[in-house]
Write a protein that binds this ligand. Structure first.
Ligand SMILES: [Zn+2]
Ligand SMILES: [Zn+2]
Length: 678
């Protein structure tokens, strides 16, 4: 006997255990064995894809269970992979549902009946079926009222501890299995699960012939909602998203729709106004129904402003646990019906009729198909597509990876993915020179298309220097995030404590070396770096936590230096730089107690200061009138132009806790105050 392959398919629909909408999914499909007998099945391996409590996935053989009373043994042929599967893998939890042990994933499934248990009379071997994954208690009042999706005791396949369908053989209660006709494919059978989310959402709101509707979000659930809206006869139909590539896919999928790319530079009301104008200029013409499929706060707020007075705002997406910015009085005064769903109830029969009757065709949403044995590859592909970029191969749409995603997005995404190097990540070792050189290549490619953002400890920008220098020489816009600057880096010791490096980068042409003193100035440094299209920028940050100052101003960073604390009758100017601003302030406070009047200047960037007018520079520094002392735990080279004395480094650092290292080298408010006073 050689069983033909089973498969996992990658469909586009990500649904939380069952209502989310993050991304595309793959599906796995299994061996094509109409003819597999129960006896053969017992001798066949049962590969399964399991998620572990420590965020790993593994393909392991699972036990083959015998169907008990009222149960059916299924040969699972197709399982869609959805956003929630990826979420359980990468984060180990969705809301209160947590992965506390090994669990077989998968909840969008269709297959063939292999064996029926005792008491099952309405199914027989060989029946083609779709699986409804939620198994409620069946006895509580919610179950009795038919609102079984709200039952407190739902055992949902693929949510720990209930095993899902990413395995070859699964036992499931016959009551929650639905026969599908021969005119339907098994992939369509698996699509019934995400379709159910939309059917339930529509049944609780309404769509009517010739009345307008807006679908927010062109993810898998949004696309299904779009197709459903089209099938309902609602018109005009507008779909919104942030991503142009998703909207392009939506337009191809349902050509009669209009698309609207949500703008992030204007607020919800302004976006809503623009979306409303696609329907007409009167309240009457505004859309009666909004199907909100993202669950993102800004999108829900926008939807509240789009919908016609008295209309339905159906939130299908799931979001954070508290949403604080809903325009409550607008919703109240306009009598908007704000509604929600939790999974679905009694939707499979309607879904089967809609798909087999040709009312809807969702086949394009299945983008990739993998054999069950390659379920890990399917999961990786899906997780790779959950970034902000276009979906890879959304059925012939966009090839391969997500071009156009700036490196900063990738970096953030990496953290979101818990340090995983799967997908588009290359593990390339610790190579600062190569990193900076690669960044040069990316920045040089059709200038302005990408702004590479790269990062390392500041000390190791010594190794990056040849690449950074070539970037400056070529006037390339690159943002370097240098961390662990100064001796505050601490116990790593002198090997990790830059002392002399700032002098090199302050002298390097076409490069801005910026040392912000807190997060406000860091924001200012980013603004400068993003606007600097003809040079590179190093934003130099500390390892240790810094105080957030009330005096810092992000918009002053572009001047290079600015007055931090002013006093007309000051006797001395103290210049605070980056992480050492705290010593400037401490010293100033102690000097004030001793009767010395001090003004403070924050000086994040020498190169920017040099670009300012003579007048401005004179006003900030008051050179020639009162003495200035700079406090920075670097070599003092370069500060001669701006200060008469320095509290600075004349040796390598020392391996001590950051605070003690500072103290050891005389960086201490009291010690500095005494020195300045003398
Ligand atoms: Zn799903
Ligand atoms: Zn119940």
């Amino acid at each position: 006997m050689s069983p033909s392959r089973d498969s996992v398919t990658a469909t586009a629909p990500p649904v939380l255990p069952s209502k989310s909408n993050s991304s595309p999914s793959c599906c796995t499909t299994d061996i094509d064995s109409q003819s597999l007998t129960y006896e053969e099945a017992l001798r066949t391996e049962n590969p399964s894809l399991q998620v572990t409590a420590d965020h790993k996935i593994k393909l392991v053989s699972a036990p083959r269970l015998k169907p008990g009373v009222g149960e059916i043994l299924l040969h699972i042929k197709v399982t869609g992979i959805c956003g929630s599967d990826i979420h359980f893998w990468k984060t180990g939890a969705i809301g209160s549902l947590t992965v506390d042990g090994d669990c077989i994933l998968g909840h969008e499934a269709a297959g063939i009946v292999l064996e029926v248990g005792e008491g099952v009379s309405n199914f027989s071997k060989g029946d083609r079926v779709a699986v409804e994954p939620g198994v409620p208690c069946g006895t509580c009042f919610l179950c009795m009222k038919g609102r079984y999706n709200l039952c407190d005791d739902v055992k949902f396949s693929g949510v720990y501890p209930h095993h899902g369908s990413l395995q070859r053989f699964k036992v499931h209660p016959a009551k929650w299995i639905h026969k599908i006709p021969d005119t339907m494919t098994l992939s369509q059978g698996a699509l019934l699960e995400p379709l159910s989310v939309v059917i339930h959402g529509i049944s609780r709101s309404h769509l009517s012939l010739g009345r307008g509707v807006v679908v927010c979000g062109a993810g898998p659930i949004g696309l299904i909602a779009l197709a459903a809206a089209r099938a309902s006869g609602a018109y005009p139909i507008v779909i919104t998203d942030l991503e142009p590539s998703r909207l392009a896919f939506a337009k191809e999928f349902v050509p009669c729709c209009q698309t609207y790319q949500v703008r992030q530079d204007i607020d919800a009301q302004e976006n809503a106004k623009a979306i409303r104008s696609l329907f007409g200029n009167t309240e009457y013409e505004a859309p009666e129904t909004i199907l909100e499929c993202t669950g993102v706060e800004s999108s829900v707020v926008t939807a509240a402003y789009i919908v016609r007075k008295g209309g339905d705002l159906m939130v299908i997406g799931v979001g954070k646990s508290i949403m604080n910015n809903l325009p409550f009085m607008h919703i109240s005064l306009a009598e908007i019906n704000l509604k929600f769903i939790n999974r679905y109830a009694d939707t499979w029969p309607a879904g089967i009729c809609a798909l087999s009757g040709g009312v809807l065709n969702l086949d394009k949403l299945v983008t990739h198909t993998f054999p069950l044995e390659r379920a890990i590859d399917a999961m990786k592909l899906c997780s790779d597509s959950t970034g902000s970029g276009p979906r890879p191969n959304f059925n012939g749409g966009h090839p391969g990876g997500a071009m156009g995603m700036p490196a900063i997005g990738a970096a953030l995404w990496k953290y979101a993915m818990h340090g995983s190097y799967d997908g588009r990540y290359m593990h390339y070792g610790i190579r600062e020179h190569a990193m900076a050189s690669i960044a040069n290549g990316i920045a040089a490619y059709n200038r302005g298309s990408f702004i590479p953002v790269i990062s390392s400890f500041f000390m190791f920008y010594l190794y990056a220097a040849p690449g950074v220098r070539m970037g400056g020489l070529q006037e390339l816009q690159i943002i370097h995030i240098a961390t662990h600057d100064s001796i505050g880096t601490g116990e790593d010791g002198p090997t990790h404590q830059p002392v002399e490096l700032a002098a090199l980068y302050r002298a390097m042409p076409n490069l801005l070396y910026i040392r912000p003193c807190d997060s406000e100035e860091t924001a200012g440094a980013f603004i400068v770096a993003l606007k600097a299209t003809k040079n590179s920028t190093i934003i130099s940050t500390s390892r240790q936590n810094l105080r957030q100052w009330t005096e810092s101003r992000r918009h002053a960073v572009k001047f290079g230096a600015c007055v931090f604390r002013e006093s007309d009758n000051a006797q001395v100017t103290i210049i605070g730089v980056g992480a050492e601003m705290c010593f400037a302030v401490e010293a100033a406070d102690q000097l004030a107690e001793a009767g010395v009047v001090v003004r403070i200047v924050s000086f994040p960037c020498q190169q920017l200061f040099e670009q300012q007018s003579w007048d401005y520079r004179r006003k900030v520094l008051r050179r020639g009138k009162i003495p200035a002392v700079v406090i920075e735990a670097y070599a003092a080279n370069g500060w001669e132009r701006y200060a008469d004395a320095s509290i600075s480094m004349t040796s390598f650092g020392k391996s001590l806790p950051g605070k003690d290292a500072y103290q050891y080298f005389g960086f201490d408010g009291g010690m500095i105050a005494r020195k300045v006073e003398n």
